[in-house]
Write a protein that binds this ligand. Structure first.
Ligand SMILES: Nc1ncnc2c1ncn2[C@@H]1O[C@H](COP(=O)(O)OP(=O)(O)OP(=O)(O)O)[C@@H](O)[C@H]1O
Length: 251
């Protein structure tokens, strides 16, 4: 299996109340092509810090993230451009990741324009994208505050997949949505994973959703990975007390 992302000895310290605080402590894992990898753990265990480092929104204190064997934090400008063509992220609160004064259609095609697609072509692709994420085409004329959270998350997914990335990092993308919408978004991801041959990192605290989408799972606790493996096996036969508690809470 082809390795896409490799995380090596990743540690992130923050200054908290004048003390060094380890938000991530020696994290190691690999994302292989075709994987849907869940990162699960309670609030504050370091999931978003990890996601932000994977997409270069933050730098690690120690350690490396290799994308196709090269450290992403040492990329040249050109390599960085290529990286963002291949790795995209969707965030928890989609309304906040769109410009409130820009029509959604224009926001969704922004990554396409940034990579040099001409506007007429991008507008054609936009209709395909909206259809792919099961949104009515009129949505392209609306602003983020004029649509529901679920619709906005679909727009965020459309924007992320517009440039056909290989990897999609989803940081708690369903946690602000109601249960039915959560399941709809999950089904959308399942469909897109297949259609676009996506590898997915799915950060969540919801084991029921994780179980449906992800073949592999990492359990995080206080900045460390404490358990890992195939989702079906870990959920059937957890070894760590903390994992057992998580499963109990979610069942
Ligand atoms: N910029 C920062 N400065 C100081 N501490 C931070 C910073 N960002 C995160 N932290 C701390 O690092 C720890 C991990 O935070 P992080 O947001 O990664 O956790 P999380 O698992 O994503 O939580 P949640 O599910 O609530 O988003 C927390 O204790 C948080 O307070």
């Amino acid at each position: 299996m082809q390795e896409i992302l490799k995380v090596i000895n990743l540690t992130k310290n923050y200054l908290k109340n004048d003390h060094d605080f380890k938000a991530l402590d020696d994290i190691n894992f690999t994302l292989q092509k075709g994987d849907s990898l869940a990162i699960v753990g309670e609030s504050g265990c370091g999931k978003s810090t990890l996601a932000n480092i994977l997409i270069r929104l933050e730098t690690p204190t120690i350690g490396e993230v290799l994308f196709k064997d090269k450290n992403i934090h040492q990329y040249s400008k050109q390599e960085l451009k290529q990286f963002y063509r291949q790795v995209q992220m969707v965030f928890q609160l989609p309304q906040e990741s769109f410009n409130p004064r820009q029509r959604l259609g224009d926001s969704i095609i922004e990554p396409l324009i940034n990579i040099g697609t001409n506007k007429a072509q991008a507008k054609q692709i936009l209709d395909d994208l909206l259809t792919k994420v099961a949104l009515p085409l009129e949505i392209k004329y609306k602003y983020p505050h004029q649509i529901s959270g679920g619709q906005c998350q679909r727009c965020a997914i459309a924007r992320a997949i517009s440039i056909k990335p290989q990897v999609l990092i989803c940081d708690e993308i369903t946690s602000a949505l109601d249960t039915i919408t959560q399941i709809e978004i999950l089904n959308l991801l399942l469909k897109l994973r297949q259609e676009l041959d996506l590898s997915i990192i799915f950060i969540s605290h919801d084991l029921a959703l994780v179980q449906k989408l992800c073949n592999k799972i990492l359990i995080m606790y206080q900045g460390k990975i404490i358990e890992r493996g195939l989702t079906s096996e870990i959920l059937k036969n957890p070894q760590e007390e903390y994992t057992k508690e998580l499963i109990n809470i979610c069942s």
